[in-house]
Design a protein. Structure first.
Length: 245
């Protein structure tokens, strides 16, 4: 039942693809910004959400901010809040005034819970049963195997990789190349599924893999690759197999 287009292995992003935060960072920030009196339209909210993906995909701004602030400390997050507020339409002065309070409220209030959509294990089982090799590649700095076990996801994957062990953060090609080497296949025989266009699609394409973008909110309609709204759409896209649930 392998894919007729020659795909033998499927690699997944972790956060925002297989595992979600409830609420997400963006959802929590938008709520706090609104309670601080920031008014923004659906279009501005969408633009700010796209910016968040861009920023964390090893953007020049992120690299510069880490060099300036020396890591993700309080000053880093205040600056991050300022940038996010500017993306939501605040003036530079408004963003500077509101950033300390917004950042502090995120620290105090943002306590997300892990959530795995019910179609994720069903999809992984369907793909594994169909003969695909499965793996997880994450931009995390530290291992996450224990979390996968807690979420009952560990058994589906041949291996996991985190950017910290590779020394390269998506969209750098290093982590994708390491995965291809471990799978023992050609890049064109592998698929990468992720929710961040700038990190996942751009990075995996550079490595010669075939990307699929998970984009439930339609943030990247211009993406030059197949787009799915949920992980459960993947088996039918690959092998015509529908997933229940």
């Amino acid at each position: 039942m392998l894919s007729p287009n020659g795909i033998r292995a499927i690699c997944f992003d972790l956060d925002g693809t297989l595992r979600y935060s409830r609420p997400t960072f963006a959802e929590a920030f938008f709520d706090i910004a609104a309670r601080l009196g920031v008014s923004f339209s659906p279009e501005t909210r969408r633009s700010a959400a796209r910016w968040l993906f861009y920023y964390w995909a090893k953007s020049e701004e992120l690299v510069s901010d880490r060099a300036i602030f020396g890591g993700q400390d309080e000053a880093f997050w205040r600056n991050h809040a300022r940038l996010f507020l500017e993306e939501l339409g605040c003036t530079l002065e408004q963003a500077r005034d509101l950033a300390p309070e917004a950042s502090q409220r995120m620290t105090d209030e943002f306590k997300p819970q892990d959530w795995v959509p019910p179609d994720v294990p069903l999809t992984l089982q369907a793909l594994k049963s169909a003969g695909f090799s499965l793996a997880v590649l994450s931009n995390r700095s530290k291992p996450y195997t224990e979390q996968l076990e807690t979420l009952s996801l560990a058994g589906y994957f041949e291996f996991t990789l985190h950017a910290g062990e590779v020394g390269g953060w998506k969209p750098d090609v290093h982590i994708f190349q390491r995965a291809i080497e471990r799978l023992g296949i050609q890049p064109s025989q592998s698929l990468y599924v992720g929710d961040n266009y700038y990190a996942d699609v751009v990075g995996s394409s550079r490595a010669g893999m075939k990307p699929i973008l998970l984009d439930p909110e339609g943030l990247f309609p211009e993406a030059d690759c197949p787009i799915i709204a949920k992980i459960g759409d993947l088996p039918e896209l690959l092998i015509g197999l529908k997933v229940a649930g």
